[in-house]
Design a binder for this molecule. Structure first.
Ligand code: ZN
Length: 318
């Protein structure tokens, strides 16, 4: 029983890996998620991927401690059923935990994907060795996970960690959640592109021409080439993230904050304003030990974390 299988179900890719008890991935597989399909088709896709992985790794069933699945969306309080997922429209009311347990006859844990990734970074990545950690994943949207006293904080209804919907501006930009002023409406890749286009429309000069094809990566590349408009918009994005992190630091005082997701490709261009804002806004002494770092596991965080959640569950249930 030296391995667990971690599965990371995303709206674009379905990934799985064989993970050992130290958090190392020994074999991994990835396929495109059939995201428009019904829940049975997606479940079958997960089952096939796990079957293939086990046979590729030449493992006996007795070598596998269990299966951890990280899924987007809202999971019921018992951690058994996916209630709904905005990115997978037909992935609703799916009792996937029991389906996996029945199919593979091993223990299974179902975890929100952002929580699983946070646990992965805490167990084997940038937050290793810290008992309190917050992860903020900044990509198309913004997600997060909270670890306090070496455990995931899931909240009363299993929906804690929705950092992307922290309101940083009263009556601010409309967020896709329906509220106004959420950090996601300012600092996600989608939001940064929108703000950049608005700046160009109001006359800001840039080496990038205003068009539908502008992406966060293009802005990032232009910034590294010295384009002032791109540098300014990334700096502003970092400042917004800094405000959100300031709130998190004041509420939770975590040892480590881990930043992940595509937007972290901007590196120090994004980190410098984050550090500046958090340094300015916190009292020096109580917060001097909080480290703000980039993730170490990259795309493997979800797989490692899902497997790690399963191993943690088995350890605590012994
Ligand atoms: Zn929101």
């Amino acid at each position: 029983m030296n391995y667990a299988i971690g599965v990371d179900l995303g709206g674009t890719n379905l990934k799985a890996g064989i993970v050992d008890i130290d958090g190392k991935v020994h074999q991994r597989l990835s396929v495109k998620t059939d995201y428009h399909a019904d829940s049975q088709t997606i479940s079958d896709q997960i089952f096939r991927l796990i079957d293939t992985l086990i046979s590729m790794a030449h493992l006996a069933k007795s070598d596998i401690s269990g299966i951890g699945l990280g899924s987007p969306g809202h999971i019921d309080k018992r951690g058994e059923t996916i209630l709904y997922s905005p990115n997978l429209p037909q992935w609703r009311n799916v009792p996937i935990k029991n389906m996996i347990t029945k199919r593979f006859v091993v223990p299974c844990i179902l975890e929100n994907d952002a929580n699983a990734a946070a646990w992965g970074e805490n167990w084997a990545g940038a937050g290793k060795g810290t008992s309190s950690m917050v992860m903020m994943t900044i990509g198309t949207g913004i997600g997060g996970g909270i670890i306090t006293e070496n455990r995931l904080w899931r909240g009363a209804n299993n929906v804690a960690g929705e950092i992307g919907h922290m309101i940083i501006q009263a009556s601010g930009r409309k967020c896709k959640c329906g509220n106004h002023g959420c950090i996601e409406a300012y600092a996600s890749a989608t939001a940064m592109v929108l703000r950049f286009k608005e700046a160009l429309e109001s006359g800001t000069q840039s080496s990038l021409k205003n068009c539908d094809e502008i992406t966060a990566k293009m802005i990032n590349d232009a910034a590294f080439q010295g384009d002032k408009a791109s540098l300014d918009i990334i700096k502003e994005t970092g400042q917004y993230i800094g405000i959100a992190l300031l709130n998190i630091m004041h509420i939770l005082n975590p040892e480590t904050i881990v930043l992940a997701g595509g937007m972290t490709g901007s590196g120090e261009l994004l980190m410098a304003p984050i550090r500046e804002i958090t340094k300015q806004g916190t009292f020096e002494e109580p917060y001097k030990d909080t480290k703000i770092v980039f993730s170490e596991l990259g795309n493997d965080a979800g797989i490692i974390g899902a497997a790690g959640c399963l191993l943690k569950e088995l350890e605590t249930s012994v």
